[in-house]
Design a protein around this ligand. Structure first.
Ligand code: UN1
Length: 480
């Protein structure tokens, strides 16, 4: 155990754990961002126990106390946005601009839920029986297990942790192993903001050990997870076994439809942003570009021209548009899918090669396929990298059919000047979020987030809708 490894937080104590995680900068693999203690199975048990013991008092805590913790955390994150954004960019590889914006978003999520504490409400209504009152109220669920991915190391933990606190739950938080630094900062901020011992616990480590120990503990009453479909299915099974609540956000294979009447320049910006910004490592990324015939050639040429101008380099360099891929495994997966696309008969129009830069990082030129079809694996499986494929279609009807021809259903976008087609698409796209003349990625923080089909399971995240997962409903009858 390295003496300067950052510890886990269990029952209000920073503890050493067993073994360390080295946090490597994907823009420069010689740069070690930090080392972090890996939690043992015993640490997880202690963390869940502490959260369980702290739950009754925290459930009774006043809304002012919870408001103040959330407000203070939001204020500190906002004040430190440049420093935290830099750290985020260093450990995850998104550009500094994207990382600072994400940090600001995390701060605003804490602000939003600080406000929600003061707006908790219930309903009082008459019974169908005379002289009886009915009250409907929401109370905390208990201990919430929070398992987060590496691609939004501040925003996703914020949108799971802030509502858990707002509605009076206690937390055991297991972040992705690739991004322990942002997780550590968030927990440190909340701890100092006044979260009582045991109400927030941090356990770093691999999903197979730490995540599994958390899922196996019956004292966890709800699990919120964002990650892959395969892991999501395992999380769901474990939760059903314990009859606990579960909220899963999994992948996407999101379509961006571009119709003949679209504003070409805007459509290209939507495609470039949605497909390649954040290195394409967003579950909301648009990896399928479904383009009608009359605009197809102009759209492809304009995308290729725009892609040639994208600077792929060190995430911390202010000229960079696209940072590195997060790690060697993900790079291997991206390259493998690029090979698969070629073998399936799609044309690799531009990009797709790894590139050397002054620092040794996982740099991959954004890749664009043309002549692809909906049956190809590159259009069915989530790649999670800067790889997009164009599917040429006859008209709007075929575009909609292809857009919905996927096991996923997170976001769907359309670029068109037609109110009729935009309206029809909003109604008929099989996705939880629909964007008109906007990229499929990049969502607001105060409205619900989630998908349909294989992308999501359980209640929505974010905004007021977060209450559904983070509370349990009580109906009380009174005969005065
Ligand atoms: C966004 O597009 O602004 O893992 C957010 C993801 C999503 C978050 C996307 N849960 O990519």
């Amino acid at each position: 155990m390295s003496p300067d490894a950052k510890p886990n937080l269990v029952a209000g104590q920073w503890i050493a754990g067993e073994g360390v995680i080295a946090d490597i900068n994907p823009s420069d693999t010689n740069d070690i961002v930090g080392t972090f203690a890996r939690a043992s199975a015993h640490d997880v048990e202690q963390a869940v126990g502490a959260a369980h013991d702290a739950a009754p008092a925290w459930a009774r805590s006043g809304i002012q106390e919870r408001h103040d913790v959330l407000e203070s955390a939001g204020r500190e994150i906002m004040a430190r946005r440049e420093e935290i954004g830099r750290l985020l960019s260093r450990e995850e590889g998104k550009t500094l601009g994207e990382a600072v914006a994400e940090t600001i978003r995390a701060a605003r999520i804490f602000d939003f839920f600080a406000g929600e504490c003061l707006r908790l409400s219930g309903e009082k209504l008459p019974s169908v029986r005379p002289d009886i009152d009915v009250e409907i109220s929401r109370g905390p669920v208990g201990v919430v297990g929070i398992i987060t991915p590496w691609n939004f190391p501040m925003a996703i933990p914020a949108w799971k942790i802030a509502p858990a606190i707002c509605y009076g739950n206690t937390i055991v938080f297991k972040p992705a192993e690739l991004v322990p630094a942002c997780a550590w900062i968030m927990v440190d901020i909340l701890h100092r903001a006044g979260m009582p011992p045991g109400t927030i616990n941090l356990v770093n480590g691999p999903g197979s050990a730490v995540g599994q120990a958390l899922l196996d503990d019956p004292r966890i009453k709800a699990v919120s997870f964002t990650g892959s479909q395969a892991t999501g299915a395992r999380v769901a099974e474990a939760c059903v076994r314990h009859m606990r609540k579960v909220q899963l956000e999994m992948g996407g294979k999101n379509p961006l439809v571009v119709l003949d009447d679209a504003d070409l320049e805007n459509a290209v910006e939507c495609a470039i942003d949605g497909s390649f910004f954040s290195t394409g490592q967003r579950c909301t990324a648009s990896s399928r570009l479904i383009v009608t015939e009359a605009i197809h050639t102009r759209f492809v040429e304009a995308c290729v021209e725009r892609m040639r101008r994208l600077v792929v380099d060190d995430a911390l360099d202010s000229r960079t548009d696209v940072g590195p891929v997060v790690d060697a495994n993900q790079l291997h997966q991206d390259q493998n899918y690029i090979d698969i696309g070629r073998r399936e008969g799609a044309t690799l129009r531009t990009g797709g090669e790894t590139v050397n830069r002054s620092k040794s990082g996982f740099y991959l030129e954004p890749a664009l396929f043309t002549d692809s079809t909906s049956e190809m694996r590159i259009n069915r499986e989530e790649i999670f990298g800067p790889v997009a494929a164009i599917i040429r279609v006859r008209d709007y009807d075929e575009a909609l059919q292809v857009a919905n021809d996927t096991p996923f259903g997170l976001t769907a976008g359309i670029c068109t000047g037609s109110l009729k087609h935009a309206t029809h698409f909003k109604r008929n796209a099989e996705a939880g979020m629909v964007m008109v003349n906007l990229p499929t990625a990049g969502v607001d923080y105060h409205v619900p987030f989630g998908g349909t089909k294989g992308s999501s399971y359980g209640p929505r995240e974010q905004g007021r809708y977060a209450a559904e997962f983070h509370t349990t409903v009580k109906t009380a009858y009174t005969k005065p």
